[in-house]
Write a protein that binds this ligand. Structure first.
Ligand code: SF4
Ligand code: SF4
Ligand code: SF4
Ligand code: FES
Length: 676
């Protein structure tokens, strides 16, 4: 159990865990100590001096963000002395800060504004100073306006902690400012445009580039949901005004920097109404796609499905909600009566690896082992996994990378083991057993001839010393990785799509041909759901594409049915860590687009075999699969070797072609060409 310290803050008794700082301890009893530079979970920084408090027995006030609680401590947060210092600090800040709260986009959520109000400061008593630093606005995501900067350093620390290290303090003394190396624009400084600095900044120095006049914060209707654009499945907070999404953020509490979303999740939403958005069904007439009615389109689809029956192949993305996926399975099996229904998951994972994955949190693990995975914020391959691991390492966790290829994340690893992953895993298992950890007989005999290197011994030592080791593995190496966790720790296979784990748990895996076979083998009808990564028409007599955007594949279709995006429909999903999450409908669907399950249900009625809408209870029950890990031979599953970067880009093609992200792709390519 956590050891607690008893102290008093403003006359109230507080029991705080050993090692807690005074800001967090006060928060436990709803006492809020003003602060501008503190970020929860990070070591106090001492830049703003606003969190000063008095402690009985100490001559001078101390900063609460960097002072740990002690038994019997008596803290006062509102003495005249500390209030005077705070007022003085704020007075100084206001001397270098524009006082334009009436038009400032941050008004209402700006901490400086809030404190100036609380400390009754209308203006500064010092001579105002204009620094005249240039604004960086040559990108469509973030407007960096140093004029507003109060030098709290939050953006610098957040960017460093997640490993991007773009921002830093530049210069000295009165001329210090926040900038990039050689003062280059963000675009040329390795910025990934994740926007973590936007969420961290307490003032208006780093707003979204298009935030100006998109409404006040208090006018926004804010809804929590989940980004479905990659295997990270990040939580998002969507701000809507007048039925239009105005911004997306992590939904992090102000002053905390635990959560992360990437540029796709934060800025990609403008694809919702991009030029290629489908709002009405299309059908091929004389070689051309022409608009038609839902009634006409669905009656053609129903007729074709009825004729093709078991020769129909359903190919879908694994970024569907549980409800859509389960309805699709029911529709394919029970209505169309085909065995051929599969998802893109089968291109990078076997269902068992995802189904048998355990549940854990990165933050509660003290040792992370990455096997055969190469997450990267820069390539936007599971960027949130990359950022979360780097943060964990910066907060005291350790990382072991086991990969036969080079990875960027190994730069923060305590140990990087190159070479064949299977031999490495075998070796580690052998050392663990040799050191006295228990394993079953089969495992013991499978590793008895394993080769041991010094690095393998070091890796095993780190695992022995760790309290909660957590292995993240590529699905192809799941079984071999799981053998380690039969001895110690937990294991999770990471898919490339948001709901791959839900899809595996719900059993949306083919009972006939798999995805790849359906594409090449020639089917009577192919029914493609979501942005499947195909640009050419598969070998089929009739192609139905059900997607939110007119993709290259949709252009080849005979019928195109417009579906909703993940921001326009409700549902549930399971993220890679095993957490059940709710998807909320944050805006109304564009045009006449419908969500996938509604389309299947309507079709089932036309085909006179109506199916039921899955309920949440039903979904939860289906997701409860009992799993017990057992020994499996150390082999790598073959045929699961799509390029993660190419795959994630192709399932997000319409998003990347959206207004802002297309700029990002071009900018990144331009920087890469220059660097080469
Ligand atoms: S957008 Fe992300 S990478 Fe770029 S400066 Fe901000 S925190 Fe750093
Ligand atoms: S840009 Fe914002 S977060 Fe960064 S130092 Fe300035 S005020 Fe703080
Ligand atoms: S990391 Fe993936 S899930 Fe998270 S915001 Fe980015 S695209 Fe969305
Ligand atoms: S919050 Fe403690 S010094 Fe800024």
């Amino acid at each position: 159990m956590e050891k607690l310290v008893k102290l008093q803050i403003d006359g109230r008794e507080v029991h705080a865990p050993v090692g807690t700082n005074i800001i967090d301890a006060a928060y436990l009893v709803d006492i809020y100590i003003p602060n501008l530079c503190y970020l929860k979970g990070m070591k106090g920084f001492g830049a703003c001096r606003l969190c000063l408090v008095d402690i009985e027995g100490m001559k001078a006030p101390v900063i609460a963000c960097n002072t740990k609680v002690k038994e019997g401590m008596v803290v006062s947060t509102q003495t005249e002395r500390v209030r005077d210092i705070r007022r003085f600090v704020l007075d100084l800040i206001l001397a270098i800060h524009p006082l334009d709260c009436m038009t400032c986009t941050k008004a209402g959520i700006c901490k400086l504004q809030q404190y100036a109000y609380e400390y009754e400061l209308k203006d500064t008593s010092f001579t105002r100073k204009k620094m005249g630093y240039p604004i960086d606005e040559v990108n469509p995501f973030i407007r960096r306006d140093p004029l507003y900067c109060i030098l709290c350093g939050r953006c610098v620390r957040v960017c460093k902690e997640q490993g991007t290290k773009v921002l830093d303090f530049i210069g000295r003394g009165i001329n210090v400012e926040i900038g990039t190396a050689y003062n280059k624009p963000l675009r040329q400084s390795g910025c990934t445009f994740c926007g973590s600095c936007i969420d961290a900044c307490p003032v208006n120095a780093l707003p979204e580039a298009d935030r100006w006049r998109k409404g006040r914060e208090w006018e926004y209707e804010k809804t929590e949901s989940v980004c479905l654009l990659c295997g990270s499945g990040c939580n998002i907070l969507v701000s809507v005004k007048d039925g239009i999404i105005q911004k997306i953020s992590t939904g992090e509490k102000p002053g905390s920097a635990k959560k992360y979303i990437c540029a796709y999740g934060r800025f990609g939403y403008d694809y919702i109404d991009s030029k290629s958005r489908l709002t009405v069904p299309l059908k091929r007439v004389d070689g051309e796609l022409r608009e038609t009615t839902w009634k006409d389109a669905l009656s053609i689809v129903a007729e074709k499905l009825k004729d093709a029956g078991g020769k129909t192949g359903f190919i879908s993305i694994a970024g569907l909600s549980n409800e859509d996926a389960l309805t699709l399975k029911r529709f394919a099996k029970n209505v169309v009566k085909t065995k051929h229904f599969d998802t893109t998951m089968s291109l990078y994972a076997d269902a068992r690896s995802l189904r048998d994955s355990q549940s854990s949190l990165i933050t509660s693990s003290d040792l992370i082992v990455l096997v055969g995975l190469n997450p990267s914020q820069w390539d936007r391959v599971l960027p949130a996994l990359d950022a979360s691991i780097r943060k964990r390492v910066n907060r005291g966790g350790k990382l072991i990378v086991i990969n036969s290829s080079d990875t960027r994340i190994e730069e923060v690893a305590a140990l990087s083991l190159k070479g064949d992953e299977l031999s490495t895993l075998k070796g580690i298992a052998k050392v663990l057993i040799d050191r006295g950890l228990k394993a079953d007989i089969q495992l013991e005999s499978a590793v008895k001839d394993a080769e041991i290197t010094k690095d393998i011994e070091k890796a095993a030592k780190l695992i022995i010393e760790a309290n909660k080791p957590l292995i993240f593995t590529s699905p192809s190496l799941f079984e071999a990785s799981a053998n380690i966790t039969l001895i110690k720790g937990k294991v999770i296979a990471v898919g490339l799509e948001s709901n791959a784990r839900g899809i595996a748990l719900l059993g949306i895996t083919t009972e006939g041909k798999n995805y790849q076979e359906m594409v090449t083998d020639g089917m009577g009808v192919i029914y493609a759901i979501g942005e499947v990564p195909l640009s050419k028409r598969p070998d089929t007599d009739f192609l139905i594409v059900q997607n939110s955007h007119l993709t290259e594949l949709a252009n080849e279709a005979d019928i195109v049915l417009p579906s909703t995006t993940f921001l326009e429909a409700t549902g549930t999903m399971i993220d890679y860590l095993g957490r059940f999450k709710l998807l909320q409908k944050v805006i109304e669907p564009q045009g006449t687009s419908k969500n996938h399950r509604d389309i299947f249900i309507t079709l089932s009625k036309i085909l006179k075999s109506p199916i039921k809408r899955p309920t949440e209870a039903e979904i939860k029950k289906a997701l409860k699969v009992k799993k017990k890990l057992t020994f499996s031979p150390f082999v790598k599953k073959e045929g699961l070797d799509v390029s993660p970067k190419d795959f994630i880009e192709s399932i997000n093609d319409s998003i990347i072609k959206g207004r802002r992200l297309s700029w990002l792709k071009t900018a990144v390519e331009a920087v890469e060409v220059t660097a080469a």
